[in-house]
Design a protein around this ligand. Structure first.
Ligand code: SAM
Ligand code: SF4
Length: 328
């Protein structure tokens, strides 16, 4: 453990950073980004690869070992494997992962693996083309192509993220379990969060994942307590298989007490909590010529702002920004 490590005011060690490389996306999942939305950050305000590398090097000196590339859709950012390679080479960093919608994964899967991205999470909310289109506005086929390319390229594990939406995709719980069994993917169900206008509307389709778990228990024998990965998912394993199923339950059972992460957005803001506005804007300092030691001080300052927990349940109107702006 790094003696200079980051500990927040509630005693949580912060050793994981999710880096949003763009707020843009080629899909419009209705719970995430409004249809027709185009009010994106200007390219001049995006952190450059040099700036991202510099900030992440500072995080790494302060004990960060794990970095996840996310967005928006990270593969919309040009030359992402180049950035991945640079981050993977930072001393102290031993885990580079990515969250993606996989529409563009088929063309870059091999390059990403070669750059050092080992683990990926892929959003897949439906296996029915028309329902997939209704939720995301995009084509299921492209995502499945991306997933198969990822499997061939050797990412391990590949985790499927499915946001559970009542009356929309909740009839596909067993289908997605069978799909993951067939392909050797890990599966995670996610509860909708009231992030921005879009997230709040989707709360109308909220499903308590305890009910999904109970439903799966009627069909499969689920073994508890596998894969404690420091992340928010609580996992079970399907007996007689290697399939792990995680439940990400920000609403029905929040997991803030074990939170180990912060987020860096594309405009260089450190967000210390998905469900709060506590943040530190790093870009002005970077562009005013601050030193590496100043960046470390700014990171410590940000971590000191980290609140105890989100209030998605008690105070759902609090967060105006939607998920793709922060980096999910
Ligand atoms: N575009 C990539 C993707 O979809 O995986 C990465 C970014 S996306 C914002 C990261 C994750 O956030 C996805 O799994 C998505 O389903 C989830 N997400 C977005 N808005 C959400 C919301 N309001 N509630 C719950 N999950 C949400
Ligand atoms: Fe894009 Fe991911 Fe948001 Fe869907 S969840 S709109 S794929 S950023």
């Amino acid at each position: 453990m790094n003696a200079n490590g980051l500990t927040d005011p509630f005693g949580r060690r912060i050793e994981y950073v999710r880096v949003s490389v763009t707020d843009r996306c080629d899909l419009r999942c209705f719970y995430c980004m409004p249809r027709g939305f185009r009010d994106f950050e200007e390219p001049a305000d995006w952190l450059t690869f040099d700036e991202i590398e510099r900030v992440m090097a500072a995080f790494a000196r302060l004990g960060t070992q794990r970095i996840r590339l996310t967005g928006g859709e990270p593969l919309v950012r040009k030359d992402l494997p180049v950035l991945a390679r640079r981050l993977a080479a930072l001393p102290g960093v031993n885990d580079i992962s990515m969250s993606t919608n996989a529409t563009r994964l088929a063309r870059s899967a091999n390059e990403l693996v070669a750059a050092g991205v080992r683990r990926i999470n892929v959003s897949l909310d439906s296996l029915k083309p028309e329902v997939f289109k209704q939720i995301t506005g995009g084509k299921l086929e492209k995502v499945l192509d991306g997933l198969m390319a990822a499997k061939a390229a050797g990412f391990e594990p590949i985790k499927i993220n499915m946001v559970m939406l009542g009356g929309i995709n909740d009839d596909e719980v067993e289908d997605i379990v069978e799909f993951c069994l067939e392909h050797g993917f890990t599966l995670r169900f996610i509860e909708t969060m009231p992030m921005g206008e879009t997230g709040r509307k989707a709360i109308g389709s909220y499903v308590d994942l305890q009910t999904v778990k109970a439903r799966l228990e009627r069909r499969y024998e689920l073994l508890p307590g596998v894969m404690p990965g420091g992340g928010p998912a609580r996992y079970v394993q399907v007996a007689g298989s290697s399939l792990r199923i995680g439940f990400i339950t920000p609403i029905s059972q929040h997991f803030c007490a074990t939170c180990n992460r912060v987020r860096l957005s594309v405009d260089g803001t450190i967000y210390t909590c998905l469900g709060n506005e506590h943040k530190l804007e790093l870009r002005p300092r970077l562009r005013a010529g601050c030193s590496d030691a100043d960046i470390e001080d700014a990171i410590r300052e940000a971590i000191a702002l980290k609140p105890e927990r989100h209030e998605f349940k008690e105070n759902p109107d609090k967060i105006i920004r939607f998920m793709s702006m922060t980096g999910g």
